[in-house]
Structure formats: C-alpha cells, structure tokens
Design a protein around this ligand. Structure first.
Ligand code: G3H
Ligand code: 13P
Ligand code: ZN
Length: 311
C-alpha cells in the first residue's frame, strides 16, 4: 500500500460527519505510537511534518520512517507538509514524495495569498498531490509559526468561495478561535469558538473539506503529571473535546493535533525519570513515552474525531 492523498478520506469524512486526525511527527517513537493506534483503531490517518520537523529529523529520515510505518501496518497513510510558507518548501516536499502540502499564505494580503496558493496548487496537481490553503490567522507560538493574539483574525466567510475557486485548493484551514500551542484560552475564561463562522463557511462551500488547526485539547491529566514531576505548565488550556466533536460533525474533515502528543510524551518521560533515577537507557523512558502517544491518539480517534473504524 503506497502513501495516499487525503481526497477519499475527506469525502468519506464529510459524508460520515467525522474528522480525520492529522498528527505532527518528529521522530520514530512518535510515528510508531500514532500508526500503532491507527492500526488498532482501523482509522484513516494523516501524518504531518512541519518545516521545523524537517530541520530536526531531515526529510529523508521522516520519509523512510513513514514508509516503514505503511509497510508495517498496511494502513493507507497521507503524508502532509504542515504550514509550508513558500513555493520552494512545498515543491521540495512534493518532489520528495509527500502526497499533500499546506501552503500557509495567511500572513499575506488576500490577493498575495491567492497568487502564492495557486502557484503551489498548479505544481502540486500536476504531480498528483493535494493542497491545503489557509484564510484567516490563528494566534499562537510554534517553531515557525508565531502570531500574537493582536495579529490573529477570524476567517471572513465572504472570502471563502472566491479563494477556493481562484486557487483550486483541495481543503481550507480556517480561523474560528483555536490557536497553536498549549495556552489557548485565558485561565478562568470560558473557551469559545466561532461556530457561526464555521456554519456559514459550510453553507457557502457545500461538500468542501475544512481544516481545524490548533486543535489540541491540552489534556489536563498530562498537564498535572508534568507539573507534579518538575515541569512548569500552569494555566495550559486547550479546546474542549466536545467542541472538536461538534466541529467534526460539521464541515471540518481534518483536525490538527501536535501539542497533545508533545504533552503526553513529556509527561511520560518526566514521570519515568523521577520514578527511576537509575535509568539511563533511552529505551527505558521512550517505551512508555511511545505508549503514551498511542493511548492519546487512540482516545482522539475513538472519542473525539469519530474516525475509528473508518479506514
Ligand atoms: O502548527 C505547528 C505545529 O504544531 C508544528 O510545530 O513548527 O514547532 O514543529 P513546529
Ligand atoms: P496544536 O498546537 O493545538 O496541537 O495545533 C497543531 C497544529 O495546528 C499543527 O498545524
Ligand atoms: Zn497549524
């Protein structure tokens, strides 16, 4: 089974009222934890690689690890570039075997975003690769994505038909109040997403797959473990899981999760090293860390995304 695009996955997800999980990968243990969960849950799967992940692990290593996961599990997997910020990085991933790329032109003007996105779409489609574009800007901080709350903005539903028609994108990431990282809402405030915007976009683009970034729920059990075993993540808050379920029932077909994996892995490593100060073989702490990734992903697929059993 070779790597696949997300076209069929999104069609089934849209019709079935669920979302496919798109999980960020940086190393072997993360890839194994995610793909073992997807195999056990019989779930469709998107693995995504950021520019930072490519710098950290190198394109070739991630490519070969994902190919190994396809061979090992027999799963149809879509390999996606997360937050490509230039034509060049998208081309490099397309030429290097990815089946899907995101071109994130959300920091540009509407016209510049359209021009850049269309350039990527034309190249990608000529190679059988699909493209995700973005309209609106999420707040939050990751390696290569750093947007202050003041610079963030919701997607304007009045722009989506023109953007999709003129660019030819296969899916569209929108901003409705989620943000990247582990600190999404102010402690003590009620997390809110603009479902009215999502519903309006769904009406304007019937049948078209929408993508939700910044969708970690920042699972509080893991935050508590991090804080208990020497970490400092007070006030880490994510998107409530019932909101993600609601989005998945609407037009959202792809839900991006990275911070929850980082959190589970870090909580596991912190606890392990405190409980076993004599351990120094990385396999001793990376085995439970990989198990933690598998558990989080299985939970998301079964209880949040609704994609378990849909592969
Ligand atoms: O949205 C960004 C992803 O969580 C990737 O983060 O750029 O730190 O690898 P990164
Ligand atoms: P989180 O930081 O909420 O996991 O978002 C990840 C993401 O959107 C990757 O593109
Ligand atoms: Zn993102």
């Amino acid at each position: 089974m070779p790597l696949v695009t997300s076209t069929e996955m999104f069609k089934k997800a849209y019709e079935g009222g669920y979302a496919v999980g798109a999980f960020n990968v940086n190393n072997m243990e993360i890839i194994q934890g995610i793909t073992e969960a997807a195999a056990a849950e019989k779930a469709p799967l998107i693995l995504q690689v950021s520019a930072g992940a490519r710098r950290y692990a190198k394109h070739t290593y991630l490519m070969k690890l994902v190919e190994a996961a396809v061979e090992d599990t027999g799963l149809p997997i879509c390999l996606h570039l997360d937050h490509g910020d230039s034509f060049e990085i998208c081309k490099s991933c397309i030429d290097g075997g990815f089946t899907s790329v995101m071109i994130d032109g959300s920091k540009y003007s509407f016209e510049e975003n359209i021009a850049l996105t269309k350039e990527v779409v034309d190249y990608a489609h000529s190679k059988g690769v699909v493209v995700e574009g973005e309209l609106g800007r999420l707040a939050g901080v990751e390696d290569d994505v750093n947007v202050s709350a003041a610079d963030s903005s919701y997607t304007d539903p009045a722009q989506v038909e023109e953007f999709v028609t003129r660019t030819g994108v296969d899916s569209l990431a929108i901003a409705i109040g989620t943000s990247h990282g582990a600190y999404k809402f102010k402690p003590g405030t009620k997390p809110q997403l603009r479902f009215d915007i999502l519903e309006e976009i769904g009406r304007r683009l019937p049948g078209f797959p929408i993508v939700l970034h910044g969708a970690s729920s920042v699972m509080q059990d893991y935050v508590a473990i991090v804080n208990q075993y020497g970490g400092q993540m007070p006030g880490a808050i994510g998107v409530p899981e019932e909101m993600l379920r609601r989005a998945a029932e609407l037009a959202v077909c792809k839900i991006n999760i990275d911070s929850d994996l980082r959190l589970a892995m870090t909580a596991s490593v912190r606890r392990h090293l405190v409980e076993h100060p004599e351990h120094f073989d990385p396999r001793q702490y990376l085995t439970p860390a990989r198990d933690a990734i598998r558990e989080v992903v299985a939970h998301k697929m079964r209880n949040v995304l609704g994609c378990a059993g849909k592969a």
